[in-house]
Design a protein around this ligand. Structure first.
Ligand code: ATP
Ligand code: ZN
Length: 298
């Protein structure tokens, strides 16, 4: 039986009738909570501030992230009914006749968060220049990406935990590089085989291929890969991203001495890490090696 079907049969994932949308059971959530706590423990620091976000962000902030320029194929925006009673009667008729009723839905002021760190830059920039020493934000949100797939590792709505570092060039890249080591140590502690490799984001179109190869050439994005599922395919479970001064420029972020800030982020895919643990150690955490259970407080 496939890994996906085993997860569903055991109840860990509950398919919700469209590719890449699942409910999770209590066992899945206990593992996810253990991961969240371990990530908190590993990232704790004097400078770290915590921010938990809803799955939506303001359309204005979303437009400014550059996401529609780079990844329009993945983005999701919230659309709502804004018509009068006549339009509503038509809507009900269309529903009753199983016709398309969505054409009149209008864009709202909310976009779905595509990565947890996107709302952070504007929020921090609005405070004025960074303090001496810069900032570290521990952020989490449910994220949306329109990439429907039957692979449980590629969901449309999933949790992304991130640490975002904002400061000087050395602070940003130093933090990113420290987490490459820390991320591998975390995987070892969880009994997971892993490898780090250079990666690129799925930039859209022909111009996007140039951006992607530039990103690879400069090793701006690294991923922690863990073999998961039937074919032990490498799944990207963490990413370590250097943005240089691109968000600093677009959000007017300044360091304490007035220079354009550099930023970096570390992303943890909570669903992918949880699935990697089920794939490696089995579907019942009661059977997992004691050190792994202990690391996750299970
Ligand atoms: P991929 O290359 O597989 O599309 P990514 O490297 O582009 O993923 P990031 O943008 O770096 O992903 O996001 C940070 C983390 O969020 C990833 O390391 C992964 O664990 C998780 N993630 C990304 N996309 C998905 C998805 N569709 N379903 C589940 N988790 C995801
Ligand atoms: Zn990020």
């Amino acid at each position: 039986m496939s890994f996906r079907n085993r997860l569903i049969e055991a109840g860990r994932l509950v398919p919700l009738g469209t590719p890449g949308l699942y409910g999770r059971d209590g066992t899945f959530e206990a593992v996810a909570a253990g991961l969240e706590a371990l990530i908190t423990q590993l990232g704790a620091g004097e400078r770290t501030e915590t921010l938990r976000l809803p799955p939506g962000m303001s359309m204005a902030a979303f437009a400014r992230t550059g996401y529609m320029r780079n990844f329009p194929q993945l983005a999701g925006t919230v659309h709502c009914f804004c018509g009068d009673e006549r339009a509503h009667r038509q809507l009900v008729r269309q529903l009753e006749c199983s016709e398309d009723w969505t054409a009149e839905q209008r864009a709202s002021e909310v976009a779905l968060v595509p990565a947890s760190c996107y709302p952070v830059y504007g929020l921090v920039a609005a405070r004025g220049p960074l303090p001496e020493g810069g900032a570290v934000v521990d952020v989490a949100a449910w994220c949306f990406r329109h990439e429907p797939s039957d692979d449980p590792m590629r969901q449309q709505m999933f949790r992304m935990r991130e640490y975002v570092r904002l400061g000087t060039p050395d602070q940003a890249i130093g933090y990113r590089n420290a987490w490459v080591e820390r991320g591998q140590a975390m995987a070892r502690r969880l009994g997971l085989n892993s490898a780090v490799d250079i990666a690129n984001d799925p930039f859209f179109g022909r111009a996007g291929r140039v951006l992607a190869s530039g990103q690879r050439d400069q090793a701006l994005k690294l991923e922690l890969l863990i073999p998961v599922g039937d074919d032990q395919e490498q799944g990207a479970c963490m990413s370590f991203n250097a943005h240089r001064d691109s968000f600093g420029h677009s959000w007017g972020l300044r360091t304490a001495d007035g220079a354009v800030a550099h930023t970096a982020c570390v992303g943890f895919g909570i669903e992918r890490l949880t699935l990697a643990l089920f794939s490696q150690h089995g579907l019942d955490p009661a059977d997992w090696p004691p050190p792994v259970r202990a690391a996750l407080h299970l």
